[in-house]
Write a protein that binds this ligand. Structure first.
Ligand code: ADP
Length: 208
C-alpha cells in the first residue's frame, strides 16, 4: 500500500503516520526527518538544507527528489510506505508520478489558529522522534517513550511557524485537486485515536 499523508505542520500528520505504520506494517518516510538528519551531519549539503529549514522555506525540489529516490530504493519499501511531508508542491507531485503511482492520499485538516496553538507548545524527542505538548496532561519535559529530554525545534518558534503555514497553504492546496480521485479527508480536531478511526476503516477497505 503506497500512501501520501497531507497535513500542515501541527495537524497531527506524524502521529497518524505512526499508527498506520504500526497497524499496516509499512514504513513512514518523513521528508522533514530525513532532511534534518542530513542537516545535522554538517556537510555542505546539510548546511544548505538547515538554512531553508530554519526559515520555514521549502528545500529545493532537486535536493528533495534525490533524497526520496534514494529512500524508496531501500528494501523496506517493497511492500509500500507512507510518504509524510512529500510531495509538498505540484512540482514534487509530478516528480513522484515519474517514480511511482500511489494508492491513496490522506489529508489531515485543522483550522489555522488551532495549528499555530499546537505548534508553539510542541516538543520533540531528539532520540526517537516522539512528539509531546506542554499543554497535554502529564507533560514532564521528558520523552514518554524513551525518557530523553525533549526540545523545541528551531522552526517551532513563532516567526518560522507563520512562514511554514503560509508556505504550506500555497503549495499543498493545489495537491488536493491533483489527487482528488484518490483523496480521503479527515479532521484532527479530536484526539489522535478519534482521528485515526475513520482512516483505519478507509485503509482496511482499500487493502481488502
Ligand atoms: P512540518 O510539516 O511540521 O513543517 P517537517 O518536518 O515536515 O515539518 O518539515 C520541516 C521543514 O523541512 C520544512 O519547513 C522545509 O524546510 C523542509 N521540508 C520538509 N519536507 C519538504 C519537501 N517535501 N520539500 C521541500 N522542503 C521540505
Amino acid at each position: 500500500m503506497k500512501l501520501i499523508l497531507l497535513g500542515a505542520a501541527g495537524s497531527g500528520k506524524g502521529t497518524l503516520a505512526k499508527k498506520i505504520t504500526r497497524d499496516f506494517n509499512i514504513p513512514q518516510l518523513s521528508m522533514g526527518d530525513m532532511l534534518r538528519d542530513i542537516a545535522s551531519s554538517g556537510s555542505e549539503l546539510g548546511k544548505k538544507i538547515a538554512d531553508y529549514q530554519k526559515r520555514g522555506a521549502l528545500v529545493p525540489s532537486d535536493i528533495v527528489s534525490d533524497v526520496i529516490k534514494e529512500r524508496l530504493s531501500q528494501s523496506d519499501c517493497t511492500n509500500g510506505y507512507i510518504l509524510d511531508g512529500f510531495p509538498r508542491s505540484l512540482e514534487q507531485a509530478e516528480i513522484l508520478k515519474g517514480i511511482t503511482e500511489v494508492d491513496a492520499v490522506i489529508s489531515v485538516e485543522l483550522p489555522f489558529e488551532e495549528l499555530e496553538k499546537r505548534l508553539v507548545s510542541r516538543r520533540t524527542c531528539p532520540k526517537c522522534g516522539d512528539i509531546d505538548n506542554t499543554e497535554y496532561e502529564g507533560f514532564t519535559g521528558n520523552c514518554r517513550v524513551c525518557q530523553t529530554p525533549l526540545f523545541q525545534r528551531d522552526d517551532d518558534k513563532p516567526e518560522a511557524i507563520k512562514a511554514r503555514l503560509e508556505v504550506y497553504k500555497n503549495n499543498v492546496t493545489p495537491l488536493i485537486n491533483f489527487y482528488s480521485d484518490r483523496l480521503f479527508t479527515v479532521s484532527s480536531k479530536g484526539s489522535p485515536d478519534e482521528t485515526y478511526r475513520p482512516v483505519k476503516t478507509f485503509l482496511d477497505d482499500l487493502g481488502a
